[in-house]
Design a protein around this ligand. Structure first.
Ligand SMILES: [Zn+2]
Length: 303
């Protein structure tokens, strides 16, 4: 009797253990359960980050640590509690609601992803008054049109940097030709320091691409910098700005831009939103005594 009761208890205890064993289905479900929007308050502005997509990418050292040895890459990763065999990628456009305009910064990989994330945050695509493109890589321009070429944001004006537009317009680039060139008539162009509207100012952050721009948001005396792809990973490129990133077209100037932007954010205590930071993408920069940069994720400062 005693033995069979123990056996019953043991088999009963074994069931939840078996059910809790990790499986591929559960791993996928964990990714699918990521939230797709997060609101922040900046003065009179409502700033919402939108997760338009996320995926796992293998061999991250080949992307983020091209000029460091494997031991260094492994040691830094271990110190920061992240694996070296794969990285999770996040694609995070931002929508700024000023009360009179709804300005979308970048559009994700495809129309479906940005449309779904906007809907989750309570916006329809036809409410977007401006689409600002930080640069012309596919993961930022892909959502401008759907597969049939129809515009995703029917009522939007388009804004981008002059240097960036001119570079891609002069190259035979398939993505640019499919997504951006057809909208050129509706596009206006900014130089470093130009404003989209009051409190939304373009800042040159060249290097990742020839005319890559960040945007300083300012309302009620508070600032927030949309750094776009200035740093593509919160440890490997933000904390180690000189580590070469495969996607940076000019690696030296991308590194110099990272140092300048992180230095500004740290000195002025300005929060940053990074397009590829872990969702929801907002954080602060701490400089340690050894003069390295450290990403401090937002907790509740801008609620
Ligand atoms: Zn990107």
């Amino acid at each position: 009797m005693l033995i069979s009761r123990r056996q019953a208890l043991l088999s009963g205890a074994a069931l939840p253990l078996a059910a809790a064993a990790p499986s591929l289905v559960q791993a996928q479900a964990a990714t699918a359960s990521l939230p797709t929007h997060r609101d922040f308050t900046l003065g009179d502005f409502r700033v919402t980050t939108l997760l338009s997509g996320s995926r796992r990418v293998e061999n991250p050292q080949g992307i983020f640590g091209m000029n460091v040895d494997a031991d260094t890459f492994a040691a830094v990763s271990a110190e920061n509690f992240i694996p070296t065999d794969a990285a999770q990628f996040f694609f995070t456009p931002t929508v700024l609601d000023t009360g009179s305009e709804v300005i979308l910064f970048d559009t994700g990989n495809d129309a479906a992803g940005i449309t779904a994330a906007l809907a989750g945050a309570g916006y329809t695509t036809d409410q977007i008054t401006h689409v600002v493109l930080t640069h012309m890589h596919g993961d930022h321009i892909g959502g401008l049109t759907d597969e049939s070429g129809a515009e995703t944001f029917a009522n939007a004006a388009y804004v981008t940097g002059q240097v960036e537009y001119d570079h891609w317009a002069g190259a035979e680039n398939e993505g640019f030709n499919a997504k951006v060139r057809p909208l050129a008539e509706k596009m206006s162009f900014l130089e470093d320091g130009d404003a989209v509207r009051g409190g939304v100012t373009a800042m040159a952050a060249f290097g990742h691409t020839p005319g890559h721009m960040g945007y300083m948001l300012e309302s009620g005396g508070s600032q927030l910098f949309l750094m776009a792809d200035t740093a593509n990973h919160y440890v490997w490129s933000l904390a180690y700005p000189d580590w070469e990133v495969r996607f940076d077209m000019d690696k030296q100037s991308a590194a110099a831009t990272r140092r300048r932007v992180m230095g500004m954010a740290a000195a002025d205590r300005i929060p940053l939103i990074g397009y590829h930071m872990p969702f929801p993408g907002l954080g602060f920069i701490d400089t340690r005594a050894d003069d390295t940069f450290h990403f401090v994720p937002h907790s509740y400062q801008l609620i």
